[in-house]
Write a protein that binds this ligand. Sequence first.
Ligand code: NBP
Length: 490
Amino acid sequence: MAEDVSADIGLVGLAVMGQNLVMNMADHGFSVAVYNRTTSVTTEFLEGPVAEMDEAAAPITGHETVEGMIQALSTPRTVMLMVKAGGVVDAVIDQIAPLLDEGDVIIDGGNSNYQDSIRRTADLAERGLRFVGAGVSGGEEGARHGPSIMPGGHADAWPVVAEILQAIAADAPDGRPCCDWVGPDGAGHYVKMVHNGIEYGDMQVIAEAYDIMGSMGMTNAQMAEVFRGWDDGVLDSYLIEITAKILDYTDPETDEATIDVILDAAGQKGTGKWTGIAALDAGQPLTLVTEAVFARVVSALVDRRQAAADVLAGPQRDLAPGAVALDDLRDALYASKITSYAQGFMLLASASQEHEWDLDLGRIASLWREGCIIRAAFLDDITAAFKEDPDLDNLLTAPFFTHAVNGAEPAWRRVVTAAISAGIPTPAYSSALAFYDGIRSARTPANMIQALRDYFGAHTYERVDELRGEFFHTNWTGEGGAVTSGSYTT
Ligand code: NBP
């Protein structure tokens, strides 16, 4: 393989993300030493894509052993891992860490669970090494031309890795890199996890609009036109843009619309589920994202759906052409999306407090402005809202978003009503609207929940005519005593 140089960074894992990040680094003048477990992958990478790169790019050297790669690095050494998330990351760290010196840096750029990153930061710090858990978003294209990068971990590592990570990241329209230090230990991977959860929600709100338009008999071409129009307005975003392209795509071999031959069973790799679990653990109402995960689960139950379709009664998606106004649909999508982000930022704020991460929520929104899958113009409005009020605890109450959802609310309600009447499930629009109505309810029926809990389990309740924090119990049946429950929960 190629001769040794004093490389700026080492990278382990030459699958799709690793290869593209390496070429991106070299394009930006950083020399890279690479290693992949399967050596033939390294050889093919060097002889193929690397050989075709611009001669001005910095050198990329391949190594057959981890030791060889480490020896090729300038100090303090920085090694980035782009391997499969999970146990593989620990296995590779165990291979590399003994070869490094105090102060060297390991960056894990995979989709790792934030709890693993908390553990790895602490474990490696004990061994004198600085660990960075960096969420990288943008897929293959982003990795090659500028992803959004969310690094967190050992704070002393940031000065070492900032230059290279910010150089390869996408630039936002204001010129700032879509990469900045997010916070300690698992903060980077937590933010990436919430990003991915929000991505689940963004796709579900698009899928519901597609479903309603299809139920009104619109053709793929007509729907593509609508999405293209939306991409010019408040919904301007990468996912809306590619939805139009997907609807226009015809399979050259069969001459069929590709979207029509794709099975309606959604896959998932787990980051949406992690986000939902994190929300439940934190007691935060991340309803839209979690419904989006469940919608994928329901879609995957293909046989059970088809069996139930034969026996369960209900309207058969009988929406007349034009029954739902397209402007109403746009407003329902927009209001649901705003609600989803409001929920996502509530979760981030809660994690920031729990873990003492001091997350800058406005800056986080700006990291997603370019390079990543959820990039969208309205992230600028979120950044502006947090800049105006860094302690904002509900994005829906920021003046810009209050105005937007208040304007969209009647249309949103009309769309959900029409969908329910026609038997079209809209879990994202409906759950977001239920949250919207819940959060603006000065009074909820939770007094009944408390009464029931107290009746069957002596769980006690607070009273409207007493101070908060004082708890009361009623002997509802005349048979129970005055003993109340302290720990039993249902
Ligand atoms: P994969 O997640 O498919 O991982 C493949 C890489 O892991 C290969 O280089 C493979 O080496 C290496 N590897 C495995 Br598998 N087991 C190993 C072991 N025991 N020791 C050493 N290396 C091992 O690659 P990817 O799709 O490029 O993703 C990399 C990371 O980035 C993942 O965490 C992923 O979740 C994340 N991510 C992916 C995307 C995307 O769009 N694909 C986007 C954002 C983030 P081999 O060649 O020898 O098998």
